[in-house]
Design a protein around this ligand. Structure first.
Ligand SMILES: N[C@@H](CCC(=O)N[C@@H](CS)C(=O)NCC(=O)O)C(=O)O
Length: 201
């Protein structure tokens, strides 16, 4: 059984949504971030970073949201969320999945902090280049690989939606439209509804 260490107001919401896209059984281990459960000695044995999401699959522990999505997409190939090794789309898929953590998030932190890390030192270069590159990749869309929806869209779509919500990303039509398309997916809505049911219960 898959176990997701989860708080709906965190990046684990992206993994929770991914599990709904896959339609596979899983259980939730709720983590109270405000109470600091993620920093407890017991939790740090699972993830020494003291952070969620964490996915457990038997004895395997996977952390880092893009890695968890890659793991799940490969484990359940029948869902079609990862182009297989040898598929011509595999390279673009990996590029965008990794772009999230190595370029998009750090660029968003620069934007939020109103600073620019020296672009030759920063692997993500200039935030404006990151945003222009992503906007170009979403044109004409609807997804990063054109008509093909993948786990890279689960990752980047949730990230764009989150950063727009916090007013960190500019409201460029490419980003606003992409977030709207992600939020329109039935699995995204089902994941949010499931969180609400758990919060009420
Ligand atoms: N690089 C990690 C980031 C994980 C992360 O920062 N998680 C936040 C929640 S969104 C967290 O656990 N924060 C609690 C804390 O830092 O104490 C990933 O991509 O999964």
């Amino acid at each position: 059984m898959l176990t997701l260490y989860h708080n709906p107001h965190s990046r684990s919401a992206t993994v929770h949504y991914m599990l709904h896209e896959l339609g596979v059984p899983f259980e939730i281990m709720p983590i109270d971030l405000k109470a600091g459960e993620q920093k407890s000695p017991a939790f740090r044995k699972i993830n020494p970073m003291g952070k969620i999401p964490v996915l457990k699959d038997g004895d395997a522990i996977i952390t880092e949201t893009p890695a968890i999505l890659a793991y799940l997409a490969d484990k359940y190939p029948q869902a079609g969320l990862a182009p297989a090794i040898g598929d011509p789309d595999r390279g673009a898929y990996l590029r965008w999945l990794f772009f999230y953590g190595s370029c998009f998030e750090p660029a968003c932190v620069d934007l939020a902090m109103k600073r620019e890390t020296p672009p030759t030192m920063a692997g993500w270069g200039k935030p404006s280049d990151v945003l222009d590159t992503l906007a170009a990749a979403l044109t004409p869309g609807p997804w990063l690989l054109g008509e093909r929806f993948t786990a890279a869209d689960v990752m980047m779509g949730c990230g764009v939606d989150y950063m727009l919500g916090f007013k960190i990303l500019p409201e460029r039509p490419e980003f606003v439209g992409y977030a709207a398309r992600i939020n329109a997916r039935l699995a995204r809505q089902a994941a949010r509804a499931a969180d609400q049911v758990r919060a009420a219960g």
